[in-house]
Write a protein that binds this ligand. Structure first.
Ligand code: HEM
Length: 161
């Protein structure tokens, strides 16, 4: 069923759809890596986007390998372009971000991070999403394992629907 877009979602409309692409990751404490990614943003007429992301290791020939990180959550649009983002990770981490959509960019900083007893020591995230031409690009910085906020990932994806 097609739902009419909630007016508060207008600033996040550019995210809607299914996206596929590739990115690179790294951190001072790990080896750098390449990954393939599928992201989906959908809505049901309420003032939030339904979000899922799946990733796989990408080898030098461009073949997808073992599954890497997944995450899912809700992008809650507030009047005036404010955004509240709630994300759950299978690694025992839950995050709440607060940010702003301006034009075709969304800039989000973690407000609250909760971790299970066995989760890695992760304390903060910063996410910047935006259109690069027709592609969706994002950069993700994190503070984890005693390191300050710095790059963990960046990727560029094409719209597939
Ligand atoms: C596209 C999504 C992501 C991919 C492909 C990815 C991939 C990786 C890989 C391959 C590693 C190194 C091996 C490992 O420890 O598993 C890693 C480490 C890590 N990632 Fe990610 N990651 C992603 C998103 C995230 C997010 C959203 C967070 C935080 C909520 C996060 C937090 C960490 C932490 C804390 C480590 C451990 C660093 C260490 O052990 O020193 N990652 N990630």
């Amino acid at each position: 069923m097609e739902h009419e877009l909630h007016p508060d979602l207008e600033p996040l409309k550019f995210l809607l759809g299914d996206w596929e692409g590739a990115g690179v990751g790294g951190y001072p404490t790990i080896e750098s890596f390449r990954f393939g990614q599928e992201i989906s943003f959908s809505h049901i007429g309420k003032p939030y986007l339904i979000y899922t992301s799946r990733t796989w290791r990408l080898d030098d020939e461009g073949n997808l390998g073992a599954p890497l990180a997944r995450e899912s959550g809700y992008w809650r649009a507030q009047p005036g372009g404010r955004v509240e983002l709630i994300i759950a990770h299978p690694t025992g981490i839950a995050e709440i971000y607060i940010g702003e959509a301006t034009g075709t960019r969304v800039d989000l900083r973690s407000d609250v991070v909760a971790r299970t007893e066995t989760a890695k020591e992760y304390t903060a995230g910063h996410r910047l999403y935006g259109l690069i031409g027709e592609d969706l690009g994002y950069a993700y910085d994190m503070a984890a394992e005693g390191q300050g906020l710095q790059s963990h990932l960046s990727a560029q994806l094409k719209r597939v629907s």
